[in-house]
Write a protein that binds this ligand. Structure first.
Ligand code: BES
Ligand code: ZN
Ligand code: ZN
Length: 500
């Protein structure tokens, strides 16, 4: 897919050459400057006149009218050089690549050195390009009988750089891996509930395990009964579909210790149970396994890059349905940890399945736990659709997650859990905990509940109810599943350093 070259032949008939242009002062560097010279300074003139915009994320396409072998030049505005971040570079590449895809090109060439700054070296720019390429090209195939005419795809990328070709190529490949894994997570989120049951998620995980050599364990209903997973089983009680608890292990250290547990909510459809959702609120609940998708996306990256860390992925999966046998408000259930739970709301099911999954992760030697879940509508009220809500019992672990999220361009914002909040989840008159202590601080109540099961193990909870699906297309993707947190989790694992 990627061909890396040092020298350029200006007579070669590229379909399109992508070039970066900085703002204030507007400047063309390296091979871009050479192109300008070939065109007797016309490019500089066009930049000055504003026909080629150097404003951040502006995309300008010009025809070379036969004066270069390349038919078209595509300029990507980068704004002020000092202010360019990895994130805005990725978005700028996404926008440029989307426009070329729409123009039905099959091969593009890029002068990658024209995007380098003091802060962003060729490894960063290569990664950003590879990732943007995968993300911007993503489309969910869907199920229409008559699919639109076969879309032409960009299948060849020629990269020009003065740097070591191996270095450029591996940066591009890593970016591509990150982007593709995010797309896998997007796909899982977009598949409807009738076509993605807990069994389907387990089968998908099986394929991932055999591709990457992960150790795999899938707990069946009978195993859960034996282990006393009363919380997960309660949520599954009204379903025709058997529940699954999926465990994938990547051992990157000699000894199995200090494992990072990635625990993802895998509710394949959430009706709300007897605390039934409204007819509008229920639509879209096929995406209630976005946490599981993020974890599986991260495992794909981990499988490709094989970091020297121990990782255990745990996915509790079922749908949340109604039947004569379904669990009800007022029921009291016993979780695997032994803690009893008064169910006040069957729609607060995510925290129940996660409770048993967190306990199971601890039994599997988890030294650190990150749980990821489309847990509450409350987090949307608190933070909107751009920020993932985060809660923790450990400052140092939270710092690590925060840095990873920043690097991935997937922002998180911390919410507190106070002692009074904990008292509220412990406030049942007849059980140890209650799963819905009222609407004040909804998102926090969800986090505080799961924290009761993490206990002393360092833990971060990520509520992605607002970020796992996007209503609109962005520079780097379509409307629908975003695959959020797959990259953050993979970066967290790759960089993990807790001074053990
Ligand atoms: N799956 C929902 C949360 C959700 C809402 C995800 C909107 C994506 C978009 C979750 O299981 C739920 O229903 N949470 C309730 C909790 C409440 C009953 C305590 C909520 O947030 O309303
Ligand atoms: Zn629910
Ligand atoms: Zn849910």
């Amino acid at each position: 897919m990627f061909t890396i070259r040092k020298d350029i032949n200006w007579n070669e008939p590229h379909q399109c050459l992508i070039i970066g242009v900085f703002d204030k002062p507007a400047k063309l560097v390296g091979l871009a400057k050479e192109a300008d010279e070939k065109l007797d300074g016309q490019l500089t003139a066009l930049v000055k006149d504003g026909d080629i915009s150097s404003k951040k994320k502006a995309v300008s396409r010009i025809h070379t009218l036969g004066r270069l072998g390349t038919k078209k030049l595509l300029f990507v505005g980068l704004g002020k050089e000092k202010e360019l971040t990895f994130e805005s570079l990725r978005e700028a590449f996404g926008k440029a690549l989307k426009s070329l895809k729409d123009a039905r090109l099959t091969s593009v060439s890029v002068l990658i050195d024209s995007f380098i700054t003091d802060e962003l070296d060729v490894l960063d720019t290569g990664h950003a390009f590879g990732e943007a390429f995968a993300l911007a090209n993503y489309e969910f195939a869907g199920y229409k009988q008559k699919s639109n005419e076969v879309q032409k795809e960009i299948s060849e990328i020629i990269v020009y750089s003065d740097s070591e070709p191996e270095e450029v190529s591996s940066a591009m490949q890593v970016g591509l891996i990150f982007g593709k894994a995010t797309n896998s997570a997007r796909n899982l989120v977009n598949i409807p509930g009738n076509l993605l049951t807990a069994t389907d998620l387990a089968n998908y995980s099986k394929e991932l395990a055999s591709k990457y050599g992960f150790e795999l364990e899938v707990l069946e209903k009978e195993d859960m009964i034996e282990l006393g997973m009363g919380a997960l089983l309660a949520v599954n009680q009204g379903s025709e579909q058997p529940p699954k608890l999926i465990v994938l292990k990547h051992q990157g250290k000699e000894e199995w210790k200090d494992a990072i547990a990635l625990v993802g909510k895998g509710i394949t459809f959430d009706t709300g149970g007897y605390s039934l959702k409204t007819k509008t609120g229920i639509v879209g609940m096929k995406t209630d396994m976005g946490g599981a998708a993020a974890v599986l996306g991260a495992m794909e990256i981990i499988g490709e890059l094989r970091p020297e860390q121990n990782v255990v992925a745990v996915i509790p999966s079922t749908d949340n349905m109604i039947s004569g046998n379904a669990f009800k408000p007022d029921d009291v259930i016993t979780s695997m940890s032994g803690k009893t739970i008064e169910v006040l709301n069957t729609d607060a099911e995510g925290r129940l399945v996660l409770a048993d999954a967190v306990t199971y992760a601890k039994q599997h030697g988890a030294g650190y736990i990150i749980d990821i879940a489309t847990l509450t509508g409350g987090v949307i009220t608190a933070l909107g659709y751009d920020m993932t809500g985060a809660m923790t019992n450990d400052e140092a672990l939270f710092e690590q997650v925060l840095e990873a999220s920043y690097e991935a361009g997937e922002p998180i914002w911390r919410l507190p859990i106070t002692e009074k909040d904990k008292e509220r989840v412990r406030g049942s008159k007849i059980a140890d905990l209650n799963n819905s202590p009222g609407s004040a601080g909804h998102a926090i109540m969800g986090g505080a509940f799961i924290g009761e099961f993490a206990e002393d193990t360092p833990w971060v909870h990520l509520d992605i109810a607002g970020t796992s699906v996007s209503e609109k297309a962005t520079d780097l993707g379509t409307a629908g599943g975003t695959g959020v947190m797959a990259r953050t989790l993979a970066i967290l694992v790759e960089r993990f350093d807790m001074d053990e």
